[in-house]
Design a protein. Structure first.
Length: 92
C-alpha cells in the first residue's frame, strides 16, 4: 500500500514540477518578447516626439506628456506580460 501511495505522489510532484518549470520558461520568453515590443514602440514615439516643433515640445513638456506616455507604455507592457504569463501557465 505505501508503495502505491509513493508512486502516485511521485507522479503528481513530477507533473507539477514540470508544469512550473515549463510555465516559468514560457514566462521569461514572453517577457523578453513583450519587453522588446514595448521598447521599440517607446523609441518610435520618442523619435516622433523629437520631430515636433520646439514650441510644441515646450508645451508638451510643461504638461508632462512624455512622462505620462512612458507610464502608459510601461503599464501596457506589464499588462501584456501578465496576460501572456497566465496563458503560458494555462490559467487563461
Amino acid at each position: 500500500m505505501p508503495a502505491i501511495l509513493i508512486t502516485i505522489l511521485t507522479a503528481f510532484a513530477s507533473s507539477l514540477l514540470a508544469k512550473i518549470l515549463l510555465g516559468a520558461g514560457l514566462m521569461f520568453l514572453s517577457y523578453g518578447w513583450v519587453n522588446d515590443l514595448v521598447l521599440s514602440a517607446q523609441s518610435e514615439m520618442m523619435g516622433l516626439y523629437g520631430n515636433l516643433p520646439s514650441n510644441v515640445v515646450g508645451v508638451l513638456g510643461i504638461l508632462k506628456i512624455p512622462q505620462s506616455l512612458s507610464i502608459i507604455m510601461s503599464a501596457i507592457g506589464t499588462a501584456a506580460f501578465i496576460k501572456t504569463s497566465k496563458v503560458a501557465l494555462g490559467m487563461k
